[in-house]
Write a protein that binds this ligand. Structure first.
Ligand code: SER
Length: 320
C-alpha cells in the first residue's frame, strides 16, 4: 500500500517513540506530509526544523478537529499517552488521556472517514494471571495498573471501530522500548534506558528493579520498523488489528548491566527495588509474537549485544 499521497498527524510527537517515529515518517513520506503535535513544545531541533508542528492536547477535541481539517490529515499515529509508573501516581489523568484521548481520535477519524489510525498498546495489558513465559496472543488480560486497564480498553475500543464502523485501526503491544534520542517518561521499563546514561556519565547506576527482573524489550529501530510495517501491511492479511503481540528481545536487568560492563569495565550497577517492582513482576518475561510474524512478516533485527553496542556508540557521539 502506498502512503505517498497521505497526510499524517502524529500525537505525542515530543515523546520517546513519537519523536523518532515522526522523523522516520517524514523521511519516508516527505517532511511536509507529516504534522508533529504535542501538548509540550518540541525540544529536539531536528524535529522542529524538519516539518510542521501543532501544539495539541488530545483531550481538546475541537483543537484536534481544527488541526486535522487545516492539514487535510488522513492518517493519525496516536502516540500520546500516560505510561505505567506515572499512571499509578495519577490514575484519573491516565484514564482520561489514554481513553478519552483515544476516543476523540477515533471519533474524529470515523466522522471524517480517515484512512487509518495507529493506536499503540503495551505488554502492560497482561497481568499476574497471564503466563509469564511466551505470553500467548490470545490470553488472560487482567492487568493491575491503570495504564494496563486503559490499554486493554483501548485495544477493545479500536477493534470495535474496525468491526462496527470499518475504520482501519491498527496497534501493537509494545514491549519496553530502549532508545538514545528522547528519554522515556514515566514507564516501568525506563531503567533499561536510564542505565545507559548512568554507565556513560557516572560509571554507576542504581536500578529500581531487582537484578533478576526479566522483561520483554525492543530497540527503537525495531519499534519504528514494526510500527510502519504494520501500518503498510496488506489489510486482507490481517486477522488481528489493535492487539498484536510484539517481541524483540528479553533480558534481566542484571544481563543488561553485564552487557554494558563488557564495554565499560568500570561500570557497576546496584539494585534498590521500589514500588515499580510490583508492576514489573505483573508482566510476562517473554512474548509469543507468531501472529505478527505470520500476518505481516514481523522480524526484529536487534538483540541485546547489538543494541547495547549501538546505544553506547550513539550516546558517546552525542557527548562529544
Ligand atoms: N514501557 C511501558 C511502561 O513501562 C510499557 O508499555 O509503562
Amino acid at each position: 500500500m502506498t502512503k505517498t499521497m497521505s497526510r499524517i498527524l502524529v500525537t505525542g510527537a515530543a515523546g520517546q517513540i513519537g519523536s523518532e517515529l515522526t522523523l522516520a515518517l517524514r523521511e519516508r513520506y516527505g517532511s511536509q506530509a507529516v504534522v508533529a503535535s504535542d501538548m509540550r513544545a518540541l525540544t529536539s531541533g531536528r524535529l522542529q526544523e524538519s516539518g510542521p508542528f501543532e501544539m495539541l492536547d488530545v483531550l481538546d477535541r475541537e483543537g484536534i478537529e481544527k488541526v486535522v481539517d487545516r492539514h487535510k490529515i488522513d492518517i493519525i499515529y496516536h502516540m500520546a499517552a500516560i505510561l505505567s509508573a506515572v499512571g499509578e501516581e495519577k490514575p484519573q489523568s491516565a484514564w482520561s488521556v489514554n481513553i478519552d484521548g483515544l476516543r476523540n481520535i477515533l471519533e474524529i477519524a470515523r466522522l471524517r472517514q480517515l484512512k487509518q489510525v495507529f493506536s499503540p498498546s503495551s505488554i502492560a495489558v497482561f497481568g499476574p494471571e497471564t503466563p509469564r513465559a511466551c505470553a500467548p496472543q490470545e490470553t488472560v488480560l487482567r492487568p493491575t495498573t491503570i495504564y494496563g486497564v486503559s490499554k486493554v480498553a483501548g485495544e477493545l475500543l479500536g477493534n470495535y471501530y474496525v468491526q462496527r464502523f470499518g475504520l482501519d485501526v491498527r496497534g501493537l503491544r509494545y514491549p519496553g522500548i530502549v532508545s538514545s534520542e528522547t528519554a522515556p517518561g514515566g514507564g516501568t521499563t525506563d531503567y533499561a534506558v536510564a542505565i545507559f546514561y548512568g554507565a556513560i556519565e557516572e560509571k554507576r547506576y542504581t536500578c529500581f528493579v531487582r537484578e533478576d527482573t526479566t522483561l520483554p524489550m525492543m530497540y527503537m529501530p525495531d519499534c519504528i520498523k514494526a510500527t510502519i510495517d504494520l501500518m503498510e501491511a496488506d489489510p486482507a492479511r490481517l486477522i488481528h488489528h489493535c492487539d498484536f503481540n510484539l517481541a524483540g528481545m528479553s533480558f534481566s536487568a542484571g544481563e543488561l548491566a553485564g552487557q554494558i560492563k563488557e564495554q565499560i569495565p568500570e561500570f557497576s550497577c546496584t539494585y534498590a527495588p521500589d514500588w515499580r517492582q510490583e508492576i514489573a513482576d505483573s508482566w510476562p518475561q517473554t512474548i509469543d509474537d507468531r501472529a505478527a510474524r505470520e500476518e505481516w512478516g514481523w522480524k526484529p533485527s536487534y538483540d541485546l549485544q547489538s543494541m547495547v553496542s549501538d546505544m553506547l556508540t550513539r550516546l558517546r557521539e552525542r557527548r562529544r
